[in-house]
Design a protein around this ligand. Structure first.
Ligand SMILES: *Cc1c(COP(=O)(O)O)cnc(C)c1O
Length: 424
């Protein structure tokens, strides 16, 4: 089926007399006739549900939909995008390992990697996503286990050269993990450009209505763990915590990574989404193509307006022909560069704050990528833990205003911006 059809039907085909909407299985547990039946589930010898901390039918149905949209081999939902970022790395890296990461990433991801996971003994090297292949290769070490980047970085709005990153990752025998939150699979399917694993904060466009925090991990099934067995013993040697199962042997290249993440990490960390939230996510995905087309066209209209305003110092939107990332956007994001526009208000930090206070329609919110327009000043919110040098490396200047363009009539949005700029 085509993408728009999969948004409505992938993962769930009701049978005769069954509900047309994905059922919300709001149950912690599932009953079995014999202890033996349940034992086989615990040993991963049979598939089925026993406890929602590990797996739940509503969650799996929606995961299957996202898997189809990304063109993957297996997928899982998590309780947040942060959990997805954490699991995606921790599933293949342990204390003493190293990861190379684009410096243009979400502030929460940066903190998770640079501070919290460092405390767990995993070291990250951050590289400018626009670096040469030689510079990127120079960041790798013998113990490097993954390369990580964002398709469209939040909030820097840089566009990742996925093919370049995939080439360098593969020449070092490690997978490329791409956070595809801002692009969504409607805008870009990173697997088609060589990425091996995709993660999402489903909190953003996939849900689309600011209703439920959530995350997803999708595996392409393309990375050959066994060809690099020495690097990934967790996937290619017996797991003592699961009666000696070897994930690559039992679940193949397409299933090993996600099965391990569910069986070990979900079991031990319990970052499970509520079935109700997964239902809301599935509902949101039904209209993803319609919403994304409108987000993109509204954002381009606003970006052009801002570009011509004397009160605006600069505008970053990869959909603008003048943007530094326009060529990459034309290649990787031909349908549109998402609904988020960044710009600087003339007069720096104080002017940015006055502009935001003057907005009447757009709300100030620590959010992006939902139906209603919202706006944020990252230097004083999501990125406030960073010093000036780190802000610069992440592509966030002190005057940067992140404008998440919603689905309102663009004329109303422009009128709101116009009156707020006049007050600066
Ligand atoms: C919001 C966001 C995250 C974190 O997701 P949560 O759902 O808030 O935990 C990760 N990556 C990107 C690109 C994001 O925008």
């Amino acid at each position: 089926m085509k993408f728009d059809t999969d948004c409505l039907h992938a993962g769930y085909r009701p049978g005769n007399g069954e509900p047309r909407n994905i059922p919300i299985i709001q149950s912690t547990t599932f009953r079995y006739d014999t202890g033996e039946d349940m034992g086989r589930l615990f040993d991963l010898e049979a598939s089925g549900y026993f406890y929602t901390r590990l797996q739940n039918p509503t969650n799996d149905t929606v995961a299957a939909r996202i898997c189809a949209l990304e063109g993957g081999s297996a997928a899982m939902l998590l309780s947040s995008g942060q959990a997805a970022s954490f699991f995606s790395i921790f599933n293949i890296a342990s204390a003493g390992d190293h990861v190379v990461c684009s410096s243009a990433i979400y502030g929460g991801t940066y903190n998770l990697f640079a501070v919290t996971m460092k405390r767990m003994g995993i070291e990250f090297t951050f590289v400018d996503p626009d670096c040469t292949e030689g510079e990127l290769a120079a960041a790798f070490r013998p113990n490097t286990k993954a390369l990580f980047g964002e398709t469209i970085a939040n909030p820097a709005l840089t566009v990742l050269d996925i093919e370049k990153f995939a080439r360098v990752a593969h020449s070092h025998g490690v997978p490329l993990i791409v956070d595809n939150t801002f692009a969504t699979p409607w805008g870009c399917r990173p697997f088609e450009w060589g990425a091996d694993i995709v993660i999402h904060s489903t909190t953003k466009y996939l849900d689309g209505h600011a209703a439920a925090v959530g995350g997803a991990i999708v595996d392409s099934g393309n990375f050959d763990w066994e060809a690099h067995a020495d690097k990934y013993p967790g996937l290619t040697t017996p797991d003592d915590s699961y009666h000696g199962v070897t994930y690559t042997e039992r679940f193949g290249r397409g299933g090993a990574y996600i099965t391990k993440a569910v069986a070990q990490l979900m079991r031990d960390f319990g970052s499970t989404p509520a079935p109700m939230n997964s239902f809301l996510l599935g509902l949101g995905i039904e209209t993803l193509p319609l919403r994304m087309a409108r987000h993109c066209s509204n954002a381009l209209t606003l970006a052009k307006y801002l570009q011509n305003s004397p009160k605006v110092a600069w505008v970053r939107y990869a959909g603008l022909p003048e943007d530094k990332y326009h060529a990459l956007a034309e290649k990787y994001l031909p349908k549109g560069a998402c609904g988020v526009v960044s710009f600087g208000v003339r007069g720096g930090r104080a002017a940015a704050e006055r502009f935001m206070a003057g907005l009447k329609l757009a709300s100030i919110a620590t959010h992006v990528a939902d139906a209603k327009t919202c706006v944020l000043h990252p230097a004083s919110a999501t990125h406030r833990q960073m010093n000036d040098a780190e802000l610069k490396a992440a592509g966030v200047s002190p005057d940067l205003v992140r404008f998440s363009v919603g689905l309102e009539d663009p004329e109303d949005l422009i009128a709101d911006i116009k009156q707020a700029l006049e007050r600066v």
